[in-house]
Design a binder for this molecule. Sequence first.
Ligand SMILES: Nc1ncnc2c1ncn2[C@@H]1O[C@H](COP(=O)(O)OP(=O)(O)OP(=O)(O)O)[C@@H](O)[C@H]1O
Length: 215
Amino acid sequence: MLLSVDRVSKTYAGGRPVLREVSLTLDAGQTLALTGESGSGKSTLLNLIGALDVADAGEIRLGDTAYAGLDDAGRAALRRDRVALVFQQFNLIPSLTAARNLEFHARLAGRRDAAWLDRLAERLGLGDLLSRHPEDLSGGQQQRVAIGRALAVRPALLLADEPTGNLDETASTSVLDLMLELVRESGTALLLVTHSEAIAARLDRRAHLAGGRIA
Ligand SMILES: Nc1ncnc2c1ncn2[C@@H]1O[C@H](COP(=O)(O)OP(=O)(O)OP(=O)(O)O)[C@@H](O)[C@H]1O
């Protein structure tokens, strides 16, 4: 088992409980769709698994790393080396070219693999676009760069929060196709938040959040 979320709870200050003893597991290389109504806590759960926020109770483990034992530096190292994130807003760095954005995290992690970067750029159809800045790319092109950037470090786990939410149907299909192909090719597990039944149906498994619990 790669990821284990065991009875994790989260309440934001002054609010009602968002997650109540949520448990789920994910094997290496497996893909899981996380669905649930708006406000059901999908992004909250993703942020906890991505070590961007800390659970109130319960335990998250990635491989043999228990999140409860990590300090800020440990969480930063986990995000740098083993868990990658792709968001609905592509979050590229505006001042950098697509090529520099693509290699950004790999460079930070000290794991810049030129052959893998070339392969990602080719598979993502970025060849002619690498010298452009994000503002000169379409949404679908920007998201392809963001996916390449996330996979450039060969993370064990990719977390994607409605990655095609800002794209039209054609771009959405091609971005999803590429993401699924590339995670399968690189053995990366994927946890993908989506509102779309059609997208959820394409992943290996699915989990549905409602009332703070996984149904
Ligand atoms: N930083 C925060 N501080 C306080 N409340 C928050 C915070 N982030 C989220 N919430 C609340 O927690 C609940 C769950 O939010 P979350 O973003 O996890 O839901 P979601 O399922 O991802 O929703 P959506 O599908 O609309 O993106 C909501 O009621 C939201 O208002």
